[in-house]
Write a protein that binds this ligand. Structure first.
Ligand code: PLP
Length: 391
């Protein structure tokens, strides 16, 4: 048997802790508050549209960049909702989720050894995507409990090799929605150091307390240096469909499309057709999504308080980083997450999983994902109450 060694560019990658926790949780029947997938159904008309597309034999490869009507619908949505204007013919590409969009964007823009600024806690895919593209991550932390953008720390992380800054707003896992002032400071930095800004705006419709989503590319001067990614996974509760998009100026889009064509050929065609039905839903749909998430956030925060966690209510997205210091648990976040699965029956993700560069900042935190049905909250509530009753 020949010996196998992972290539150098993959050696820094640990297996996904979220999936590790999920395996352990399934073994013991814990409630899944770890993974960011909704456990409630998608809209009936959207599901029917997918079934219809398959039945009508819309089952072959599409135009590699995505169906023209879908690119038009994506461009129309971001223009209507966020004032982001993009040419569907040359600036919008349909991908297999934001996950592929980020990989394709970095493969299309990085030279080996180029540096990528990753703000952490970070969604788990940014580091692997950087590694695939031969890039070098530079981690800049948002510190609990406020998770405010530290512009000086961002500026200090820039070197002559810095090419891309990845920005996620609304932010997983902190729940921050960055303010206009914070985003303008990032824009200023991008301009000053000639950086590309790769934004992940997948939670653009999931906002609380009247917060506003600002599409980064709409800030003055930013359209030409921003690669916007977004998708339909979260807003329409179809994470398994693997559909997202990239919006970027023509030269960047052309480079990204070249990567995308060879990486996946195209996003799943029947779901592209169904996505047309999703994107045609009226604005009332988004209002209803927001109201439902407002309710879920309230339930989540109440449960956390009752179970003696300390957490700031998220401003957007559907995650909360909760401090477990009051549990007086003798161990770190990874031990605590395992303990919650085995002894309480609730699966969460350890905070340090999101802080690759500064794991110490996550040691008192665990992440709850709360895109859940009422029955799921009921069960989580029962399990925490049972634990505290007998402790
Ligand atoms: N970006 C963020 C911030 C996420 O939280 C997730 C999923 O949890 C994704 C991207 C993945 O998106 P997609 O399903 O479009 O690949």
């Amino acid at each position: 048997m020949p010996t196998f060694q992972r290539p150098t560019r993959l050696q820094a990658l640990a297996p996904s802790q979220i999936r590790d926790m999920m395996r352990l949780a399934m073994d013991v029947g814990a409630v899944n508050m770890a993974q960011g997938a909704p456990d409630f159904p998608a809209a009936p008309e959207v599901k029917l549209a997918a079934i219809r597309a398959i039945a009508e034999d819309k089952n072959q490869y599409s135009v590699t960049w995505g169906l023209a009507e879908l690119r038009e619908a994506v461009a129309a949505r971001v223009a209507r909702r966020f004032g982001l204007h993009a040419d569907p013919e040359r600036e919008v590409t349909i991908t297999c989720g934001v996950t592929e969009a980020v990989v394709a964007a970095l493969l299309a823009t990085l030279e080996t050894g180029d540096e990528v600024i990753i703000i952490e806690p970070a969604h788990e895919n940014y580091l692997p995507a950087t590694a695939f593209a031969g890039g070098v991550p530079r981690f800049v932390p948002l510190r609990p409990p406020k998770f405010a953008l530290d512009v000086d720390a961002l500026a200090a992380a820039v070197t002559p090799r810095t090419r891309v800054l990845i920005l996620n707003t609304p932010h997983n896992p902190s729940g921050r929605v960055f303010t206009r002032a914070e985003l303008l400071a990032v824009a200023d930095l991008a301009e000053r150091y000639n950086l590309l800004v790769l934004t992940d705006e997948i939670y653009d419709e999931i906002l609380y307390d009247g917060r506003e989503h600002i599409a980064f590319a709409t800030l003055p001067g930013m359209a030409e240096r921003t690669i916007t990614t977004g998708g339909i996974s979260k807003i329409y509760a179809v994470t398994g469909w693997r559909l997202g998009y990239v919006i970027a100026p023509p030269p960047l889009s052309a480079a990204i499309r070249t990567v995308h064509d060879y990486l996946t050929i195209c996003a799943p065609t029947p779901f592209q057709h169904a996505a047309l039905t999703a994107l045609a839903l009226p604005d009332a749909y988004y209002e209803q999504v927001r109201a439902a998430f407002h309710h879920r956030r309230a339930r989540m925060m109440r449960i956390l308080e009752q179970a003696r966690f300390n957490a700031t209510p998220p401003e957007g997205a559907y995650y909360v980083l909760a401090d477990f210091s009051a549990w007086q648990f003798d161990g770190d976040d990874e031990a605590f997450a395992r303990f919650l699965i085995t002894d309480v029956g609730v699966a969460v993700v350890p905070g340090s999983a999101f802080y690759t560069g500064h794991p110490e900042l996550g040691r008192r935190l665990v992440r709850f994902a709360f895109a859940k049905r009422d029955e799921t909250f009921d069960e989580v509530e029962r399990r925490f109450a049972a634990y505290w009753e007998q402790r």
